[in-house]
Design a protein around this ligand. Structure first.
Ligand code: SF4
Ligand code: SF4
Length: 312
């Protein structure tokens, strides 16, 4: 028996820790396991994938997983940019997804009817028990539920060695996920069918207008092309989004000053005066393409005009 898995998410969501916890718990249960993370840019929010192979037999290779039995998705907004990983799941395999969407909506998003779909709102569970937006414990619980291993007790032991703190809170989140994860079986499985794609290198994370040029087009040595963060849409990282109550805003622009992503903008909006007269005025707004949902603007606003609202 050998199960090959890929865990996909963003830096800061605990992807690597999740694979170490499931690997350690599986070892406690008598399996062999090997976990290899693969990073792009090593920074919060950047896409991360981690490979985890669990086997009853010793594992002698350390190759990245190309066609997984299980893909665990930490952030449903990554599905479009990581479609290659969903396509690579073996027919009859599992896609475990953290999403606030209903199972029907999640099914449409994943777009495969030949795999088991496992749906849970891991962020909601993590927030209630651990007070953090780190869904790794709940996703480990969902994994345990559908695979039948590692056992919950072994996951708890792995929390003790891997985290060393907040063990009870993390375990409560894992247990709730184990109980609540919704499993949708495949509509059809052709056992002889092959996956539509494979998971390749880190380059699969790249998006944007990159092109490979020949040696004649390459710049002179030492010259660097101008860069831009325009195509780096940090809005995809968001779990909560800022929403403004214009009646409380005094236009002090403190939010603009502190926003780390230049996502506070001023835009014209229709307003109504005390006698019903309509007029246009400049007002604070958000550029949701780049707002990563950090909540700094809501923290610094002196009038409480900005609230963070769950979006996932
Ligand atoms: S939530 Fe963060 S990124 Fe978004 S507008 Fe507020 S400060 Fe900027
Ligand atoms: S910090 Fe608050 S009051 Fe000041 S401009 Fe921003 S939303 Fe308005």
């Amino acid at each position: 028996m050998r199960v090959e898995t890929v865990w996909l998410g963003r830096g800061g969501q605990g992807i690597v820790t999740a694979t170490y916890i499931v690997a350690n718990a599986s070892i406690i249960d008598g399996f062999h396991a090997i976990a290899n993370p693969e990073f792009g840019a090593e920074r919060r929010g950047a896409p991360v994938k981690a490979f985890l192979t669990i086997s009853k037999e010793p594992i002698e290779d350390q190759e990245p997983v190309k066609t997984p039995d299980v893909v665990v998705v930490f952030d449903d907004k990554l599905i479009d940019s990581m479609r290659f990983a969903i396509d690579a799941v073996k027919p009859g395999g599992y896609v475990i997804i953290n999403t606030g969407k209903s199972p029907e909506e999640a099914k449409k998003l994943v777009g495969r009817d030949d795999v088991y779909l496992v749906v849970l709102d891991a962020i909601d569970i993590a927030r209630r028990h651990v007070k953090l937006d780190v869904p790794n414990g709940p996703l480990a619980g969902a994994f345990s539920k559908v695979m039948g291993f590692p056992t919950l007790e072994s996951i708890k032991q792995a929390f003790e060695t891997q985290l060393g703190k907040a063990v009870e809170q993390n375990f409560a989140a894992t247990k709730e996920a184990y109980e609540k994860a919704v499993v949708i079986p495949p509509a059809r499985v052709d056992a002889s069918a092959k996956p539509k794609g494979i998971i390749s290198t880190t380059s699969a994370f790249l998006t944007g207008p990159y092109e490979i040029v020949g040696w004649r087009e390459v710049n002179k040595a030492g010259a660097v092309f101008p860069g831009t963060s325009l195509f780096y849409t940090t809005g995809g990282w968001r779990i909560d989004k800022p929403v403004i109550d214009h009646s409380k805003c005094i236009m002090c622009r403190k939010c603009w000053l502190y926003c780390p992503d230049d996502a506070i903008i001023e835009a014209w909006r229709e307003a109504e005066g005390p006698r019903g007269r309509k007029f246009r005025m400049k007002a604070i707004d958000f550029d949701y393409q780049y707002c990563k949902g950090c909540g700094v603007c809501a923290e610094v606003c002196p009038t409480g005009a900005i609230q963070m609202v769950r979006e996932l």
